[in-house]
Design a protein around this ligand. Structure first.
Ligand code: HEC
Ligand code: HEC
Length: 206
């Protein structure tokens, strides 16, 4: 019995390590397929570069606005935490929902849409430390950047999928308020392509 335990326990620990190390990762859950992954990313790229998304993922220090992605009026700035600077804090104007009417401030909440209690506004830019720039990135550059945890806010593939599936700032892109256009793919198709890209191994376009 004692001998058996001596043999089984290390055996189980060994097996546990093996499972931990080879835990199936989303990065190839449907089997690796580099061409399929690249094609899926190229589709999703159309959404990332669309003004509704890119306007909050600018190369510079100010958000952009409109379908021509011009600099936000007053040149409001990012600030260290992305919430704006001095009296120009984003949430002074941007509330938890879109304000009705043309040219009114769009808005998004911190909570999921169906939780109507205590809606606090979430509108801001990514922080200075990880500005998560989309503007000007090629498909290849953006693809690598999105997978790089030093640039994406420490997100695993799973967290990235959760973010683009349910973050109110992302969902806002398909409910952007009066007079604003929507991305060329539906939200469902966008999520499907991100899942396919990562599920097929996450290869990046060359
Ligand atoms: C003084 C009020 C005010 C402040 C402060 C402000 N905004 Fe805005 N913002 C607006 C208004 C109003 C609009 C809509 C303009 C329009 O549609 O013509 C707008 C539009 C935008 C858009 C454009 C959406 C689109 O896709 O066309 C983005 C992005 C944006 N703001 C981000 C921010 C961020 C991020 C901050 C903080 C760093 C911020 N804003 C601070 C009032 C403000
Ligand atoms: C109001 C500004 C705003 C809008 C609009 C917005 N984002 Fe973001 N995005 C952010 C902020 C802020 C973060 C940082 C995450 C956080 O603060 O939780 C972020 C993070 C991300 C990330 C995670 C990490 C990374 O590497 O970039 C992805 C992916 C992303 N956004 C995609 C999108 C997509 C797709 C859209 C359009 C459908 C979009 N965003 C629209 C502000 C915005």
């Amino acid at each position: 019995m004692q001998l058996l335990r001596l043999l089984i326990v290390p055996g189980l620990i060994g097996l546990g390590t093996l499972i931990a190390v080879h835990r199936p990762s989303l990065y190839s859950s449907t089997g690796r397929d580099d061409n399929g992954a690249r094609a899926a990313f190229i589709e999703a790229y159309k959404v990332f570069m669309y003004p509704r998304c890119m306007n909050c993922h600018p190369a510079g220090d100010s958000p952009l606005q409109g379908d021509d992605s011009r600099t936000h009026f007053y040149r409001v700035r990012r600030g260290t935490d992305g919430n704006g600077v001095y009296s120009m804090k984003c949430t002074n104007c941007h509330q938890a929902t879109n304000q009705p009417g043309l040219n009114m401030p769009p808005g998004a909440s911190n909570l999921s849409k169906d939780d109507s209690a205590n809606l606090t506004p979430r509108w801001r830019l990514p922080p200075t430390k990880t500005p998560m720039v989309f503007q000007g990135r090629t498909p290849s550059q953006l693809c690598s950047q999105l997978k790089d945890q030093t640039e994406n806010g420490g997100m695993t593939a799973e967290a990235l999928i959760r973010h683009i599936s349910s973050d109110p700032l992302v969902l806002w892109g398909w409910d952007p308020g009066e007079g604003r256009s929507k991305p060329p793919l539906s939200h469902d198709k966008f999520v499907e392509n991100i899942k396919a890209w990562l599920g097929k191994g996450g290869a990046c376009p060359k």
